[in-house]
Design a protein. Structure first.
Length: 217
């Protein structure tokens, strides 16, 4: 009996499939065992009136584009969201909740609606006391440095870092991507620690140029 020297006894015969299986993506209600998923977003008292005025701008993209049901619970003063059988993705519910929460923090609808269409946007919040403990007039001056005359400093930071900033008393909220939020937070922290606005402006020019280079690639 002749043995083929080139034959490999460990070699397994190749298996050929008749066709590639095609699995349909699961719907949110299928993943959760057929149960509807909910999210609830509280409405602060000072955002109740702006919410009523901008309700149609908030309702339309959530209901028509994201396929999420939304309603305002007047008794509990909160926005309630839930999935539908035709909701295309599970993450849509959380995106809509983040969008509504960002509006409650004070951001404009035209800015927060980008969170529904882009995955890399989120909100970061911190307090002035997290950076430096200030009281009385020192705290008031720090808040004044953050905003600047007529909001000039805040607008300069927003335009240079491509972010949106809300200063709510001692709370600061920043909307943007990870790198842009870091750049804006560094500038705001410098102002809280006492750096003059002119020094922050010079750093912002360098930051803006660096961010422009990163967007080109």
């Amino acid at each position: 009996m002749e043995v083929d020297a080139t034959a490999n006894p460990l070699r397994q015969p190749s298996v050929q499939f008749a066709h590639k299986p095609n699995f349909c993506p699961l719907k949110p209600h299928e993943i959760s065992g057929g149960q509807i998923q909910f999210r609830k977003v509280s409405v602060p008292p000072h955002r109740y009136t702006p919410l009523k005025k901008a309700w149609l701008e908030i309702y339309t993209p959530i209901y028509e584009e994201m396929k999420i049901d939304i309603r305002m619970n007047l008794k509990a003063r909160r926005v309630e969201l839930k999935t539908r059988p035709d909701t295309p993705e599970v993450g849509n519910l959380q995106k809509c909740a983040d969008f509504a929460h960002a509006f409650m923090l004070g951001f404009d609808v035209i800015d927060t609606v980008a969170m529904l269409r882009m995955d890399e946007l989120y909100v970061e919040s911190f307090e002035i006391k997290d950076v430096k403990t200030l009281k009385g007039e020192h705290l008031s001056r720090a808040i004044g440095r953050l905003s600047g005359k007529g909001g000039r400093t805040k607008f300069a930071i927003e335009n240079s870092t491509r972010t949106r900033i809300v200063i709510d008393d001692t709370n600061i909220h920043i909307l943007g991507s990870f790198a842009n939020i870091k750049a804006a937070r560094d500038s705001l922290c410098s102002l809280i620690l006492g750096s003059p606005a002119t020094k922050v402006y010079s750093k912002l020019r360098a930051v803006s140029a660096r961010l422009e280079e990163s967007y080109e690639f």
